[in-house]
Write a protein that binds this ligand. Structure first.
Ligand SMILES: *[C@@H]1O[C@H](CO)[C@@H](O)[C@H](O)[C@H]1NC(C)=O
Ligand SMILES: *[C@@H]1O[C@H](CO)[C@@H](O)[C@H](O)[C@H]1NC(C)=O
Ligand SMILES: *[C@@H]1O[C@H](CO)[C@@H](O)[C@H](O)[C@H]1NC(C)=O
Ligand SMILES: *[C@@H]1O[C@H](CO)[C@@H](O)[C@H](O)[C@H]1NC(C)=O
Ligand SMILES: *[C@@H]1O[C@H](CO)[C@@H](O)[C@H](O)[C@H]1NC(C)=O
Ligand SMILES: *[C@@H]1O[C@H](CO)[C@@H](O)[C@H](O)[C@H]1NC(C)=O
Ligand SMILES: *[C@@H]1O[C@H](CO)[C@@H](O)[C@H](O)[C@H]1NC(C)=O
Ligand SMILES: *[C@@H]1O[C@H](CO)[C@@H](O)[C@H](O)[C@H]1NC(C)=O
Ligand SMILES: *[C@@H]1O[C@H](CO)[C@@H](O)[C@H](O)[C@H]1NC(C)=O
Ligand SMILES: *[C@@H]1O[C@H](CO)[C@@H](O)[C@H](O)[C@H]1NC(C)=O
Ligand SMILES: *[C@@H]1O[C@H](CO)[C@@H](O)[C@H](O)[C@H]1NC(C)=O
Length: 796
């Protein structure tokens, strides 16, 4: 009966969904790229990369500023110091990459030593209104009238500098392009440069390399460049050191000497002015060698005449192709919601970055992705979104994670600029891989995946600050991570006992799931370990704010090895108190409070509800959490809490909460993110919420809430089927945000959640909306599944 319906539904609704999506696409009436604003989240801590990149591209060209420059550029009123083409997006802490910036100048009086070489001296304001950011393109004009345009290929950027407005009225001046052997963090250790240019010729080449430090990780990395500059006749060339330059020598090697003293140095090329056109600077990059950087440049942007417009067109085409599977019918929804939605989708494909062919650490025919920065941020919503939108690429990313395990012995937890990044919580690549498994991604060696995750669960590395898990002896024997654990086996920052216990529990749940799927009887061991979180629940723990009892009882608390409870104020590490990271204020909960972590049991919210006293007290606690200032909406652990009312039979409260945060905390302003985008995590929270289907990754579960548009459809790359979610009584003022009833493929649908088959099999979900909560989704059997209370996917 069910099978028959499936076949029927596939044939009938698959067709229907297709025609609906065609209609929806026409609804745009304009170029989808017009709805993408790369500047969203580029200031006030969003740290979004606002420049030109291909989807997952390694070359990322933008102007770098001396203010909030974690992602290179920001409209925060700070000055431009250079133009560089390696970047990360949305990350926190130290700025990443930004290697080998170039900078255009005209030296006053034509004296080379009157040009400004050191970074603080050359920093220059730009014209605010001149900033233009579009997918595949970034442009800005400096205060002195030099206009910079940039676009990219895979590993090569093309910069175009127009000096015409920068010359004095009589048109004199000799344009100079300088290169600084530095990065945004000034982490360079040693570096080399050589200039290949003959005076009077029409182009010159500068190449070189340097050793730098990863912004949130261990070790160092080497980066290589090959810069070709053309557009006039070369006047002279040379190197510079500190604030002096000269035409000889043509090579330079800098290192760090006395007290690791940092020497500013680089090279330059100067052209005979005035010019009748622009100076083009093609920057080839590599993590392998200078030679490979030159090859990348020559293959991707052939000369001698670099075709800027063709590259922009190609990049735009690449972005349109990535966005093509999604269509919205917008009704007359405010255009800012369109911009929020499409800009967020765009940001999910800036990182991870495809460094295939650029892996300096091992040789392999497998794909190589970098900038998993960090998986702690990405596993929750960003990578699950790519599983929907771009499953082939997601499968390549997982192959890359597994290849890393094969060659380095461990799955990465964080990774940037080819280095190992710091571990934040559990072994979160486990969650990524199992999410892909339950969603049937193809092309993955699942036995290899099993051994990689088993390794995380069973073997403690010497340095668990960069891979694997710590405290595994305690985990296996005491069944929790103790406060002030005794762990002579491996080393890491010995904090976060509560959040690590919670994360390891979920990692083990996911391992159990994969083990079960692959027919391994080890699944019972890990299923049992996935309940360890309960050992840190202190049922009598209270919580006070400023001496006032919040009247909520029962919180996770630290526990010593001997079983005695420790104590951490449940509001510690919340926005009401201090931020707790690995280094600042390290605590038993990581980057969030015991209040927030109370809701971090993704596989057993049913049991959390029981422990907290049932639906009503659970919902009251959630509400208090979100309205008291305790919730940190700017960081990833909070995401799932927004959708938790689904587990208490009140999906309408989740919908209401979503609208309390969008657009008030996630909007189209350049300051429109409440925290670091973290690659594309904030982006993915926004877009999943607007889509009306929010994942609980690792499980075949999406929570249903009304989408922000009357209709959205998504075509699956693996099956070519188109899924559609559509609202009846849609209201653009968002008063009708409560589902009254639903139909799946024309049949009454009472569950408040749905599986990934919705996408792969191209189903149609129709939601009838109203302005108050209804009975829909309230019954026990209609709630999402939990380990303790059961449901689909929880049969063991
Ligand atoms: C440009 O924008 C920045 C940041 O908003 C502001 O501080 C600065 O005053 C603006 N400059 C001009 C010339 O308007
Ligand atoms: C930017 O540069 C200008 C001119 O050199 C200087 O006056 C200004 O203080 C700088 N702005 C910042 C934020 O450093
Ligand atoms: C052009 O302007 C520059 C700088 O203002 C000046 O030094 C030069 O003498 C001028 N040249 C002519 C031909 O007027
Ligand atoms: C630069 O420094 C790195 C790290 O100290 C070292 O491994 C590398 O060999 C050095 N390169 C050169 C050319 O000196
Ligand atoms: C680094 O750059 C220097 C200067 O161009 C060059 O001599 C050297 O061969 C480069 N090293 C590599 C590994 O490409
Ligand atoms: C620009 O100048 C070059 C010589 O420097 C000349 O060959 C070329 O024809 C000029 N182009 C234009 C458009 O005037
Ligand atoms: C606690 O008291 C401080 C100082 O009076 C006040 O600034 C803060 O807002 C209070 N916090 C809460 C959550 O009431
Ligand atoms: C358990 O260990 C803690 C920390 O060392 C200590 O404060 C506590 O008294 C111990 N409890 C018992 C029952 O020994
Ligand atoms: C946009 O989001 C930012 C960051 O959360 C927030 O500070 C700002 O108030 C929001 N703007 C509007 C108009 O809601
Ligand atoms: C999906 O469509 C593409 C392009 O039309 C085709 O190449 C591919 O074979 C189709 N895949 C499936 C699973 O039907
Ligand atoms: C995955 O494949 C299994 C076996 O064919 C199927 O039962 C399940 O519905 C599929 N899941 C998804 C999410 O497509």
């Amino acid at each position: 009966m069910l099978v028959l319906c499936f076949v029927f539904c596939l044939l009938f609704y698959g067709q229907k969904a297709h025609s609906a999506s065609e209609h929806a696409s026409q609804d745009h009436g304009s170029d989808i790229l017009d709805f993408i604003d790369p500047l969203v989240g580029s200031r006030s801590g969003g740290n979004v990369f606002a420049g030109a990149t291909l989807p997952y591209g390694m070359a990322k060209a933008v102007a770098d500023v001396d203010g909030g420059n974690t992602g290179g550029f920001s409209t925060d009123g700070s000055n431009i110091t250079g133009f560089s083409a390696l970047h990360d997006s949305g990350t926190g802490g130290n700025p990443s990459l930004g290697n080998f910036p170039i900078f255009p100048q005209v030296c006053p009086e034509d004296d080379i030593n009157s040009c400004k070489f050191p970074i603080a001296a050359r920093a220059m304001p730009y014209k605010n209104e001149s900033v233009k950011a579009r997918p595949g393109y970034f442009g800005v004009e400096l205060e002195n009238g030099i206009h910079a345009d940039m676009t990219v290929a895979e590993h090569t950027a093309l910069f175009r500098f127009d000096f015409s407005r920068a010359f004095s009225a009589n048109g004199s001046g000799n344009p100079l392009i300088m290169l600084d052997l530095t990065d945004l963090w000034a982490s360079r250790q040693n570096a080399s440069i050589s200039i290949e240019a003959n005076d009077g010729e029409e182009a010159g080449r500068i190449k070189g390399n340097g050793t730098f430090l990863p912004s949130f990780g261990a070790g160092s990395y080497q980066a290589y460049f090959c810069l070709d500059v053309a557009g006039g006749r070369i006047k002279d060339s040379g190197v510079w050191v500190n604030d002096r330059a000269g035409t000889g020598p043509k090579q330079l090697y800098v290192t760090r000497g006395f007290n690791l003293f940092y020497l500013q140095a680089g090279g330059y090329l100067r052209f005979k002015g005035p010019l009748n056109g622009t100076i083009n600077a093609r920057m080839g990059l590599s993590f392998i060698s200078t030679e490979q950087a030159c090859q990348n440049a020559e293959n991707e942007i052939p000369g001698p005449n670099f075709d800027f417009e063709r590259l922009v067109t190609r990049a735009e085409g690449a972005w349109r192709a990535k966005l093509a599977p999604i269509a919205t019918s917008t009704g007359d929804v405010d255009a800012s919601f369109q911009t929020s939605f499409w800009s967020a989708i765009y940001r999910t494909m800036i990182s991870p970055q495809d460094y295939t062919g650029e892996n300096p650490h091992w040789q392999s025919t497998e794909p190589y992705f970098d900038s998993f920065y960090c998986i702690w941020d990405m596993w929750r919503v960003q990578l699950p979104f790519l599983t929907i939108l771009d499953p082939k690429m997601m499968s390549n990313m997982i192959r890359s994670l597994l290849d890393t395990y094969r060659h380095r012995g461990w799955l990465p937890d964080c990774m940037m600029s080819t280095c190992k990044g710091w571990t934040q919580g559990g072994s979160d690549a486990d969650n990524v891989i199992v999410d892909a498994y339950v969603k049937n991604l193809t092309g993955i060696d699942w036995e290899l995946a099993y051994s990689a995750i088993l390794n995380d669960a069973e073997n403690e590395p010497l340095e668990w600050s960069i891979e694997g898990r710590g405290g595994l002896n305690s985990w296996k024997t005491l069944h929790y991570i103790p406060y002030l654990d005794f762990d002579p086996v491996g080393f890491g920052t010995n904090s976060r006992s509560i959040s690590r216990t919670l994360e390891y529990s979920y990692n083990d749940f996911n391992l159990a799931k994969l083990a079960k799927g692959l027919g391994k009887d080890t699944y019972t061991t890990y299923l049992s370990r996935s309940t360890n979180w309960q050992n840190l629940f202190q049922p009598s723990q209270t919580s006070f704010i400023n001496g006032t009892n919040t009247n909520f009882i029962g919180f996770f608390q630290p526990k010593y090895q001997n079983g005695t409870w420790g104590y951490q104020d449940p509001i510690a590490c919340s926005p009401l108190t201090d931020f707790c990271s690995l280094t600042s204020n390290p605590s038993e909960t990581f980057e969030s409070s015991a209040w927030e972590y109370m809701f971090f049991v993704p596989h057993d919210i049913g049991r959390v509800i029981e422990l907290l006293g049932g639906d009503d007290t659970f919902l009251r606690r959630l509400d208090y959490f979100h309205t008291s200032g305790l919730a940190d909406i700017g960081n990833e652990p909070v995401f799932l809490t927004v959708y938790m009312p689904h587990y208490a039979g009140r999906p309408g409260l989740s919908a209401r909460r979503v609208h309390s945060y969008i657009p008030s905390r996630f909007n189209t302003s350049s300051s429109g993110l409440p925290g670091n985008d973290d690659s594309g995590a904030m982006a993915s929270f926004t877009l999943f919420s607007m889509l009306g289907l929010f994942p609980n990754p690792g499980q075949n579960v999406y929570f249903i809430t009304p989408p922000f548009f009357p209709e959205i459809s998504v075509t699956n790359q693996l099956t070519n089927m188109t899924a559609t979610i559509r609202s009846v009584n849609f209201d653009k003022a968002y008063k009708n945000i409560y589902v009254q009833s639903a139909k799946l493929n024309g049949e009454v649908y009472t569950r408040s959640w749905i599986g990934h088959e919705f996408f792969t099999q191209g189903w149609t979900l129709e939601l009838v909306l109203g302005d108050r909560e209804s009975e829909w989704g309230t019954r026990g059997e209609d709630r999402p599944p939990s380990m303790s209370t059961g449901g689909e996917g929880m049969e063991w």
